[in-house]
Structure formats: C-alpha cells, structure tokens
Write a protein that binds this ligand. Structure first.
Ligand code: PLP
Length: 459
C-alpha cells in the first residue's frame, strides 16, 4: 500500500502547509502532521506507512457498509459516465434522486406519512433545510413569529450557522457567533441527571423541561424542536422508553413541529432501520445523512411529512416558489451511491446484524470494563456504544478535562484500533458489517491499553 504514495514525506509536508483539518489544534497539526489513509477493506483501514487499523468508529459514524465496496464505485462510475450532474431546480429532475426518494419513503414506517424528500450534501444542510421548512410552515399559516428552534444541551446537529447554534455542546460555541433565535432544554442523560433525579421516579423531568422552555420563550415564538433519537456525539445518550411520549404531546399542545435528526441513527445504526422505531416517534420532519451513502459520496436528506408539505403547498401565495436551493440538491451521482449503498444494507441484512452484534458489543464492553475503577457507565444502542470515564465511581466526579478519554483513544490507535474520545467517554461505532470476532478484536485492543489508562487517570 505504501507505494500508493511514492513521495509520502512530501505529501505530509504539503498537508501540514496547505490542508486545514477540522477539530484539530493548528499548532499541533503543524508540528506532528497527519496520518494519511490510503486504503480500506471491510472494517480495516490502511495508512500510507503500511499500518492496518480497525475502524471502530466507521469514520464519523458513517461508513456503515464498510470500506472497499466496489459495487458502489461501479454504480457511481456508471452514473457519472451517463450524467454526472445537472440541477434539479425548477422543473428539472433525474432518475437516481427519484429512485432513492422512493426507496427511503418505502423504508420509513408508512404510518408516519413521510413522503417528500430533498437531498443535500451533509447533515448540517439537512437540518438547516428542515429549520426553513418549519419556519415556512408557520409563516404560511400566518404565524411568522414562530421562528425559534429549540434543542437539547449536549445535542450535536452540525456546524453551519443554524445547525451549529442548535448544537448544545458548549465546546463548539467558543469564539463562534451564534444565531439568536434559539433555546435549549435538558438532556436525557440519566447517569448525570440535571435535576439530580433517578428514572423512573424522576417523572421524566428532562422531557417536561421542554414545556418549561417553550413557555418561557413564548409558544408563539417557537417553530420546532430538533432531537437526535439517540444522542451520538454528546456521549451515546439513550433516552428512557417512555421519553418521547411527553415530548410529542408538548409539541402538539404548543403547535411546535418535531424535527428528528436521524443523521447518525438512520439506516440501521441503532439496530432498526430508523431510531424513531425504538420509541414509536412520529416526527414532522426528518434529517438523514451519513449511513444514507456510507460516506462513499456526500449525501444527506430532509424528509417532509405530508401534513407539513400540504400546508406549505396549499397556503403559500400563488407565484412564490420554495425560495431556497443548493447547487447540489438531488445530485444524481451522489444519489446513485446512496441507492447502491442501501441495496447492500438490505441484501446483507445489516440492520439485523447491527442489532445482534451491537448487543454483543455492549455485553463485551460491560464484561471487560464494568468493574474498572475509572468506569462510571457503559451504554449504547445497536452499533453505538460509550464507556464513560470518571475519577470516582461513587461520586461520579468527572475528570476535570477531556484528557483521559483522548489518552485512551490515542493509546488504542497506537495498537491498531480507531476508537473515539467523546468528551468524558471512549466510544465505539463500528461498521454495521462487523462480526462478533471483529468486536472481540476491538475490545481486546481496549483491554490492552486499559491498565495503563487506569494508572494514568488515577495518577
Ligand atoms: C446527529 C448529527 N446531526 C448532524 C450532523 C452534521 O452532519 P455533517 O457533518 O454531515 O454536516 C452530525 C455530524 O456528526 C450529527 O452527528
């Protein structure tokens, strides 16, 4: 593999000089440079200096079908050779976008009436478009003041202006100008309940906090609430079984739309096709990305329910079009990649595999680390799992900085596993093709680095 980049030192130097890397300290980047990836097959990656690594996080929770799927490459090449791109503005259309929209609508539970799809390039864009649909829905009904978006603390919804503001993780807001039309409510983080309560005696105080926030802001100012079914980046936070009942009632009571951000949870990641199926959630708008194309090409989607679509269609004044559009909406080549990807997910039974192997992953993590003095909680859903690191198991005192989960992830990397540090957690989100043996290999690497991690963490 190393010969894929004959002059690796030069590539490293040019990368340091010219490429900006997200979520990376500039000074460290300049000093140490990057690991250059050159290949991948199944759950494994190869670096330019010949190392093989287990992809324990599917890139950024997205490479669901694993690496090296030539079938997707072939579908993309065939589409590119036919028609690489043409806009879908006005009355222009293309076949792959139509077929993929039909496929997604057919996979979604039919009683949700989610039948209208707009494709974009990334998850942030899907959320931004859904904010616009929500505001438009209210505006055409004469309620233009209903414009605020409400989200949860610890949520991650993207990095563009609106989606970045909806992101409730404070670290993302340092030095970043925010959109003022926004409010936050409590996180369903049972291990660290904001109200100091315990489920089920808590009465779902975190869900009811939504109503407190809507009333404080004024229901006549709130357009929508946006929620990840399982909160991924915030630390794989899985809400209690009855959590979404009150959430949906509160939304209905205050004429607030429910946007589900299924960017991570969509297309099998949680062991069901969609996160909404675990809780019977009936959203008005849904955002997809990541697993929709397994990252083979950039692709995301906003899905609009019949109710929202028909309201906008019927009530928008004659002659006014949907006044937003991106050059790459409904991109035919990206949609061809999405179709080939979903065919693999279906044909190989990857949703079922994510449920079975995901449960095994959680069990193995609990066996391996459940008694560790630096582990406070181990949680997950399907192929999403997090081990939360604490300084004290009894008091749940966290480490004062994020150094320790990063230290563990860095040590795992040295031994051949890409795991991810998510704030106080070490997290895994392997490709949905992973076998029990793959999970054993991932857990084994973490077990190798754990004694040193405990020594380091406990001083
Ligand atoms: C739940 C969720 N929503 C939205 C996004 C933003 O997606 P993108 O980075 O493709 O814009 C992410 C990215 O990680 C995400 O996890």
């Amino acid at each position: 593999m190393a010969d894929l980049i004959p002059d690796l030192d030069e590539v490293r130097r040019l990368d340091r000089e010219h490429v900006l890397h997200p979520i990376t300290e500039l000074r460290k980047q300049e000093k140490y440079g990057s690991n250059i990836f050159v290949g991948g097959h199944g759950v494994e990656l190869t670096t330019a200096d010949g190392r093989t690594l287990l992809d324990g996080f599917s890139g950024l929770f997205n490479i669901n079908v694993g690496h090296g799927r030539t079938e997707i490459a072939d579908a993309v090449a065939a589409q590119m050779a036919k028609l690489a791109y043409y806009p879908s503005f006005w009355d222009f259309g293309n076949e792959p976008a139509t077929r993929l929209a039909q496929k997604i609508v057919g996979l979604l539970p039919s009683d949700r009436h989610l039948n209208h799809v707009l494709f974009h390039s990334g998850g942030s864009e899907a959320n931004e478009a859904n904010f616009k649909f929500a505001r438009l829905y209210h505006a055409v009904r004469g309620k233009a003041s209903k414009a605020k978006i409400v989200s949860r603390r610890w949520a991650f919804h993207g990095a563009t202006r609106g989606a970045g503001t909806a992101t409730g993780i404070l670290a993302y807001h340092i030095f970043v100008e925010q959109d003022a039309s926004h409010a936050y409510f409590a996180t369903p983080y049972c291990y660290r309940c904001e109200f100091g309560k315990t489920y089920p005696d808590c009465g779902l105080a975190c869900a009811h906090d939504l109503e407190t926030v809507i009333e404080r802001e004024g229901a006549d100012t709130v357009a929508a609430v946006i929620l990840e079914p399982v909160m991924g980046t915030g630390g794989m936070l899985v809400p209690p079984p009855d959590y979404y009942g009150p959430i949906q009632e509160i939304c209905k009571r205050h004429d607030v739309l429910l946007i589900l951000d299924e960017v991570v949870t969509g297309f099998g990641r949680t062991g069901k096709w969609f996160g909404m199926e675990h809780w019977g959630i009936k959203p008005d708008l849904v955002s997809f990305a990541k697993g929709i194309s397994s990252g083979y090409l950039p692709l995301s989607a906003s899905v609009v329910s019949d109710h929202v679509y028909e309201t906008i269609r019927d009530q928008i004044p004659e002659g006014i079009p949907l006044m937003f559009g991106l050059t790459y909406n409904n991109h035919p080549t990206c949609c061809a990649a999405g179709l080939a990807n979903l065919e693999i997910v279906e044909r190989e039974g990857l949703v079922e595999n994510a449920a079975v192997v995901g449960a095994y992953m959680l069990e193995r993590l609990r066996e391996a680390f459940g008694k560790s003095p630096i582990v406070g909680d181990i949680r997950g859903c399907g192929m999403l799992a997090a081990v939360e690191i604490v300084r004290d198991r009894t008091t749940k005192e966290p480490f004062p900085n994020v150094e320790d989960p990063h230290h563990i992830a860095a040590a795992a990397f040295q031994r051949g596993l890409i795991a991810r540090a998510l704030f106080q957690c070490v997290a895994l989100a392997p490709p949905l093709i992973s076998t029990r043996a793959d999970i054993d290999r991932m857990v084994a690497v973490l077990q190798q680095v754990w004694p040193e991690a405990e020594r380091h963490a406990l001083g």
